[in-house]
Design a protein around this ligand. Structure first.
Ligand code: FAQ
Length: 331
């Protein structure tokens, strides 16, 4: 239906060269693709995969910070953290809705997540051990998310692009609240500053891994860039993030845990940039495949929430059915 009859009864797409060329011409002309427009099946599948993974990341991403809501050091910090975690839940919901315009259901996507068939960001499989981790997540994880997501506001698929505009505005607040926590800790006692450094040491490399594998290893980047789903490659965004973040660490008086990091005049087309040391891709793939410290806990927590919420979903459906037949008003 969404490919406007291009998918044959045998499940093959039957997409003609003329159709693919006309679709690419729309992309090249920066036209937005909307849910009911004809689109190549690969384009639809890529979006369902990426938007689904993104939505799951927002929802699972509530867990590491949620762990600190009851232990925030002041009422002000608790209120801000609670609002942030709630925002992430909202982002997940906009994104599930954007994916649903492509003919999949939120229930189906959730089942894939719980069955370990759908991915979510590797970063959320690390534990939050101290309060400084909450500052570091806002600063680095939201900072990396913004770097990756600002270009997604120009994604060729309309519903995803529009959802990203609001999400990016909220992520900017999150990044600032995280940096402000770090600034407070770094201007505090020696123990507080040491706690901030320890958090940076543990979160730096996983934050760089958030951008995905090196371009040479990235299976989807080339096609996603041709379709203007992605506007920059994984390595380009990682480099932008490093160049923006190293001076922020210096301002805090913290040391980025990369002994090989150095300023290189040749980077960024001669404008200069920070060249980083080797990333431990074995660790990245271990975590992506489910063997990170927190993978099992994260999925167990989501499964419990989904099972515990079954009665709410059933009640909402029963209520909607009653409204449809006018029985609610009569009662
Ligand atoms: N973790 O060919 P590529 C947030 C997978 S939201 C796990 O390069 P692509 C907000 C990839 O899926 C954070 N898996 O793939 C927040 C693919 O596997 P597949 C999430 C990863 O799609 C803050 C395979 O590796 N953001 O943080 C990861 O072109 C604080 C090959 O990779 C988004 O999802 C990874 N890090 O590029 C919430 C943004 N990287 O599907 C709470 C949208 C790669 O073939 C608190 N997504 N993989 O089985 C994207 O921009 C892209 O999907 C990338 C990956 C850049 C993540």
């Amino acid at each position: 239906m969404y490919s406007q009859g291009l998918i044959g009864a045998d499940g093959r797409t039957g997409e003609t060269e003329t159709f693919l060329a006309a679709f690419q011409a729309r992309i090249d002309a920066e036209e937005k693709i909307e849910p009911k427009d004809a689109m190549p099946e690969g384009y639809r599948r890529t979006l369902v995969r990426q938007i689904g993974q993104h939505a799951h990341s927002e929802i699972v991403g509530m867990l590491p910070e949620g762990n600190w809501v009851t232990r925030a050091p002041s009422l002000r910090r608790k209120a801000a953290l609670l609002a942030k975690v709630q925002d992430e839940g909202g982002h997940g919901l906009y994104l599930y809705s954007a994916a649903e315009t492509l003919g999949v259901t939120r229930d189906g996507m959730t089942e894939e997540l719980l069955a370990g068939k759908a991915k979510y960001s590797s970063i959320f499989n690390y534990p939050t051990l101290t309060w400084a981790d909450i500052g570091t997540i806002g600063w680095l994880v939201d900072g990396a998310a913004i770097m990756n997501q600002i270009p997604l506001c120009r994604c060729s698929f309309g519903p995803y692009a529009r959802a990203m505009i609001r999400i990016c505005k909220e992520e900017s607040f999150h990044q600032r609240q995280g940096y402000e926590i770090m600034l407070t800790l770094c201007r505090g006692t020696r123990a507080q500053k040491a706690m901030a450094q320890d958090a940076l040491d543990r979160w730096w490399w996983p934050s760089l891994m958030m951008f995905g594998p090196h371009d040479a290893e990235s299976s989807h980047t080339e096609q996603s860039m041709a379709w203007k789903i992605k506007r920059f490659s994984n390595d380009e965004l990682r480099q932008k993030f490093i160049d923006a973040t190293v001076p922020q660490a210096e301002y805090l008086g913290l040391k980025v845990p990369d002994p090989a990091m150095r300023w290189d005049e040749a980077l960024n087309g001669g404008k200069g940039g920070y060249r980083h040391g080797p990333i431990d891709w074995d660790e990245f793939w271990r975590v992506v495949k489910g063997e990170g410290v927190m993978n099992r806990d994260r999925i167990a927590a989501r499964k419990k929430a989904w099972d515990d919420g079954a009665w709410v979903r059933e009640a909402a459906l029963a209520h909607a059915a009653k409204r449809a037949t006018g029985k609610v008003a009569a009662e």
